[in-house]
Design a protein around this ligand. Structure first.
Ligand code: SF4
Ligand code: SF4
Ligand code: SF4
Ligand code: FES
Length: 943
């Protein structure tokens, strides 16, 4: 294995379809109009020396190293900023050019600390390379004059250093921060000789606006900005292309290694979701994989009050299997079940549901999508015929109006957030529907045309009001609707939304959004060109989550914004593989490929291949599993890669359910909070230690590849296989590629997928089959998957969760950039410097009437429970609304969330909880007990 080197063409590719022919160093080249001479030269293999140019950024033309001569033109133009022209004759290497380039390099080198042998970028430095390329052998000016070589270092960022003395002021970092990331955290301060890169107003990186995405580090041609791992470990020697295991964007990385040590994660330019960019989590926060908290040996105990006992895999698996068998004999076949993980691979998820259906003989399988995007699956399936988003991420580049509902892309889906911001800076318009003023509403060089700060729980009313304006003001795309949708259903829907009670003016009193803003937003979405909708958990995690998804689908159909580039309905899926876990049959009523378990033909195909009869009754959903456990009819559970105690609502009820189990098997990297109630602990394996595939929010199936041996000895799929064999349901795979072959054989939308294709194409979006052998980037082109698009009525039903004198405020929850979900991974990395605790955002008015000051500890009470945390006074939330994140187990935001859930899918209503906030002295008694339990559990494990 060697390092995967991606060619740097110096400037971005031109999108023009018109071709231009020119001659470079005697060779004829044909390239798209608008291509730079530098890039055209690369096409024929001539690498023109460069320092300030890189193909991730627009040309800048500051270093003067890339000069060329063009016949018939005066001077020596910079090849990075000069576009090709028909018939020109270019020379890239002449005596004059050689002399100029040497002179340029002499100036750079005379002001550079020549500590190359001990420099962190030794062997990975473009300045060093260019000195060699231009043949620099001497510096006539010497090194003694005024220079910058004694400037200090900024080491404030936990992951990279800024070694000021090595900066050549090429501006690449500043441009990367602006053009790629869109944060505008860097400037060049000072003039002339005093010019230096400066985070913010001459602050440290850590205290500046920097979000630590690393784009500047990646673009820096010297050691000025460099990963600390390059200092500590040295340069990498081989790399493996793999996929980020955090969020549903699914960024592709080169894991650059020295031996079996991971030196750095470099975003892959060929990655179709990220196009060479990343966020702080994927690029830097991988240290959890080698964290000391990882449990590497299986453990068992007969009661949760006993200490754990370390045992062999054989013993742990045999114990778990015998317990499951005992329980089924005593309480019946349906008394056990399991939960698949959206963090694990498609292959692993598939195996867990196969084990439950085939080995347990029931359909008690569910997944964390239950608590996030199950309404997406339902809503898009009934209206369009497919339980997934309609576009690829590249589609945003063609959008003219972007409507974001209940999503916070710059925190939750950061690389998509950056791509969105880039499109907005190019002129696309933005509408944000969110109770909170998220970053995209207003940030450098971006301002939403409309922010509709609705009261939590009123999504259906707002989206239906948008439809009201579109219908009553004649903005419907009638041709699209007549051709593509059921016309009668449309008419019924149009009459429904046109009712006065759905007008922006009528709903204003309970949504809190001014009617004229709703009207303006509706007009803009319907008439502004390509309109794309992106939405998140702020849509789905409501008692009417499915209704809102349907309302969104209606809106896109009514305006014809479906079935081409730049438009569509796009759920921003949370977990890296939540799409995949749903595709793989993780729901109790569906086999892989979203086919109902009661369908005889589908069941028969699985029965034939698996060699076992299948139960035709849908199994229990997660909340029903806990209800049944409390009632005493559900007694055993296998949970792979999910901390249900922390991530599910109404923690008290979940813990009561877990405590009632006679056998809980937890498979995870760490002794998580759920493991407090476990009887068998099976060590999990990180994404760096195994092979498989993830499916991102675009339906893109991507490989993850093993970069190091599993520290716990086995990949997760191998452990599931052992358990299945011990249960008497044989599995005999030797590689995940064989599991994918079985998935493809049984699942029509995956029929064409195999590892060879994935290796050749990099990735593929399902459906991938005979009709679409290279996958399907955009869905519903020319017709909906279900036939005619289905308009459905979306009656707004207020949630039962109501504010009142006892609980007068509405709590809504979300994520922040540096942490990931329950924080099991990110809390075990340096990312904690950005978010050491969850805090409660509260409006100044609500804080003042309660005597709460910024930073005070407060108690948060709901009818479900209490917790306490620090308050931060913020104008991001409106009066009456408070907001927190759920990344730290000690805060346990889900202690206060209620058991209300979506009418169609049981997705919990995390986003609306009536609460009271009051001053407090510190943690609640419950939190102290909880901390004690966790501490005891960890101590017992350590012993
Ligand atoms: S790490 Fe990212 S946000 Fe920070 S300065 Fe660099 S490019 Fe900007
Ligand atoms: S820090 Fe690096 S990328 Fe930025 S101006 Fe200096 S040398 Fe160029
Ligand atoms: S945006 Fe998501 S997939 Fe990409 S690097 Fe960040 S966490 Fe990973
Ligand atoms: S690379 Fe063209 S001017 Fe720097």
């Amino acid at each position: 294995m060697s390092l995967v080197h991606e060619i740097d063409y110096g400037t971005p590719a031109s999108k023009s379809e018109k071709l231009v022919t020119l001659t470079i160093d005697g060779m004829t080249v044909q390239v798209p109009e608008g291509t730079s001479i530098m890039r055209a030269a690369m096409e024929v293999g001539n690498q023109i020396p460069k320092l300030c140019a890189t193909d991730m950024l627009d040309a800048f033309g500051s270093c003067r190293l890339c000069l060329v001569e063009i016949e018939g033109r005066n001077g020596t133009p910079a090849s990075c900023t000069t576009p090709v022209a028909d018939g020109i004759v270019v020379k890239t290497q002449t005596e004059r050019l050689k002399k100029i380039r040497k002179g340029v390099m002499e100036l750079y080198i005379s002001d550079h600390p020549l500590d190359c042998l001990t420099c962190s970028a030794n062997g990975d430095c473009e300045l060093q390379d260019m000195a060699g390329v231009v043949g620099l052998r001497d510096v006539r000016y010497g090194y003694e004059g005024e220079n910058h070589t004694k400037l200090g270092k900024d080491e404030s960022n936990p992951y990279f250093t800024y070694e000021k003395s090595k900066c050549i002021v090429c501006n690449r970092c500043v441009r990367a921060c602006e053009e790629v990331q869109g944060t505008f955290a860097l400037t060049i301060s000072g003039r002339g000789f005093d010019s230096r890169v400066s985070p913010g107003m001459d602050e440290s990186f850590l205290s500046s606006e920097c979000v630590s995405c690393g784009a500047c580090v990646q673009s820096c041609p010297t050691a000025t900005l460099n990963e600390k791992a390059m200092y500590n470990i040295g340069t990498p020697e081989h790399s493996v292309v793999t996929t980020c295991a955090y969020c549903g964007v699914g960024c592709t990385f080169k894991a650059e290694m020295r031996g079996d040590e991971l030196v750095r994660m470099v975003p892959y330019k060929d990655g179709k979701a990220n196009r060479g960019h990343s966020c702080v989590k994927g690029r830097f926060a991988y240290g959890y994989a080698v964290h000391q908290d990882r449990i590497l040996k299986p453990m068992i105990r007969s009661s949760i009050h006993e200490p754990w006992k370390e045992v062999s895999y054989e013993e742990a698996i045999a114990y778990a299997a015998s317990e499951f068998k005992r329980i089924q004999e005593k309480y019946g076949k349906r008394s056990v079940g399991g939960i698949t993980s959206s963090r694990c691979t498609n292959e692993e998820t598939y195996l867990v549901q196969k084990l439950i259906r085939g080995g347990f003989g029931n359909n008690n399988v569910d997944t964390c999508a239950r608590v996030c995007h199950s309404p997406t699956g339902y809503g898009l399936s009934v209206t369009y015929g497919t339980s997934a988003g309609t576009q690829d991420f590249d589609s945003i580049e063609e959008s003219d109006v972007v409507l974001i509902i209940g999503a916070n892309p710059t925190d939750g889906h950061p690389v998509f957030g950056s791509r969105l911001k880039k499109r907005l800076r190019q002129g696309a318009k933005l509408i944000v529907v969110d109770p909170r003023r998220t970053d995209v509403v207003r940030s450098p060089h971006i301002e939403a045309a409309y922010h509709l700060p609705l009261r939590p729980g009123t999504n259906v009313a707002i989206v239906t009001a948008l439809a009201h304006v579109i219908v009553t003001e004649g903005l419907v795309n009638e041709q699209f609707v007549r051709e593509r949708c059921d016309w009668e259903e449309f008419q019924e829907w149009a009459a429904f939304v046109a009712e006065e009670r759905h007008s922006p003016e009528a709903v204003e009193k309970y949504t809190g959004v001014p009617a004229d803003a709703v009207r303006g937003a509706a007009r803009l979405y319907a008439t502004g060109g390509n309109g794309a909708i992106y939405y998140g958990l702020g849509v789905t995690e409501h008692s009417q989550g499915s209704t809102t998804v349907i309302a969104i689908a209606n809106l896109a159909m009514a305006t014809g914004n479906i079935g081409r580039n730049g438009v569509g309905v796009n759920p921003l899926r949370g977990q890296n593989n939540v799409q995949g876990s749903c595709d793989m049959g993780s729901f109790p009523h569906e086999l892989p490929g979203y086919r109902h378990i009661s369908d005889d033909a589908t069941r028969a195909s699985f029965e034939a291949l698996w060699g076992v009869g299948l139960d035709d009754e849908p199994g229990l959903r997660i909340p029903n599993m806990f209800d049944a456990a409390v009632e005493g009819t559900y007694k055993g559970m296998y949970v792979q890669g999910e901390d249900i105690l922390q991530s599910d609502p109404d923690t008290k009820h979940v813990s009561a359910g877990l405590a009632a189990l006679e056998c809980l098997v937890v498979q995870d990297l760490f002794l998580n909070e759920t493991a407090n109630y476990a009887h068998v602990f099976l060590p999990g394996c990180s994404f760096l230690e195994k092979d498989g595939t993830f499916t991102n929010a675009e339906r893109r199936i991507q490989r993850i590849r093993k970069v190091m041996a599993p520290k716990n000895g086995y990949a997760d799929w191998e452990v599931t296989q052992m358990l299945s064999n011990a249960l008497g349901f044989p599995m005999n795979y030797s590689h995940p590629g064989e599991i994918m072959d079985e998935i493809a054989a049984l699942t029509p939308s995956f029929a064409g997928v195999n590892y060879k294709l994935l290796d050749e194409m990099g990735s593929v979006q399902w459906p991938c089959n005979e009709k679409a052998p290279e996958g399907t980037p955009i869905m519903h082109i020319g017709g909906f998957v279900r036939g005619k698009g289905k308009f459905m009525l979306t009656e707004y039903v207020p949630t039962d969760e109501k504010t009142g004198p006892r609980f007068p405020l509405l709590l809504t929850t979300g994520r922040i950039l540096s942490q990931y979900n329950v924080g099991a991974q990110t809390r075990r990395t340096e990312n904690v410097v950005w978010h050491a605790e969850d805090v409660l955002e509260i409006h100044a008015h609500d804080a003042e009437v309660r005597g709460i000051r910024d930073g005070d500890f407060v108690k948060l009470d709901s009818r479900a429970g209490s917790t306490s945390l620090r308050a931060v006074i913020s104008d991001r939330v409106a009066p009456g609304v408070v907001y927190t994140t759920f990344h730290h187990p000690v805060t346990q935001a889900n202690v206060v969330t209620t058991d209300y859930s979506d009418w169609a899918t049981n997705c919990p209503e995390y986003k609306v909880t009536a609460v009271q906030v009051s001053p407090s002295n510190g943690p609640t008694q419950w939190q102290e007990e909880y901390e004690n339990l966790s501490r005891t559990s960890r101590r017992i494990a350590a012993e």
